[in-house]
Design a protein around this ligand. Sequence first.
Ligand code: ZN
Ligand code: ZN
Length: 254
Amino acid sequence: MKLRILGCSGGIGGNLRTTSMLLDDDVLIDAGTGVGDLSLTEMIRIDHVFVTHSHLDHIASIPLMVDSVGFMRDTPLTVHATAETIAILKQHVFNWKIWPDFSEIMNEQQPCMRYEPLELGKTVALGGRRITPLPANHVVPAVGFHLESGAGSLVFTGDTSTCEALWDAVNRIDDLRYLIVETAFSNVELELAVRSKHFCPSLLAKDLLRLKRDPQIFITHLKPGEVELTMREIGECVSGFIPKMLQNGQIFEF
Ligand SMILES: [Zn+2]
Ligand SMILES: [Zn+2]
């Protein structure tokens, strides 16, 4: 299983891209602006998008990608998300006002896009790959994902703040090798982090006390302009782990 980071910033500008990861060559985990760096050929190969939640920085490229390559494919793009997130996407994005409803637009004999509801803790198997939604705590319905190859596991939290149920689930993963966790704000913005249900370094440090495994930890979703500060604060706040900053283009093989 190969996971390539296409975007891991909290914003855009210069070489910054918002959250997206390419699993092998056919699955996206979130579809932020980083998807726009893929070639048409690479986009045509994508059969599945797993969505953590409905915020724009995680879904921005779905409407544009399905419009760009939907007619070059003969099967629908499957969007996997919880029923709540699917309802939000239908009502607020693919509503014929912001963007056409591509689940009603046909390529050959089939719609360009289809939805597949996810349930917390219920694994989706794609070939030998297993993807399981994990609990998260955000201002809109949200999940993280546990990616399992059989040889090892990676957890991506998506957007979350303090979440006991997440760590309970993560602690049950025997072969956990990597943890990608968000830290959207610096400690100066603690109040904003609490209100918008994101982590800042002090909140992350508190939650990591619950982690009983020893994965390599990578920090994602850093706010542009606060990257160095936030990573420095993480170094000061977190004990027992040495989190690194997730890099765009980084590849995980497990
Ligand atoms: Zn969010
Ligand atoms: Zn986000």
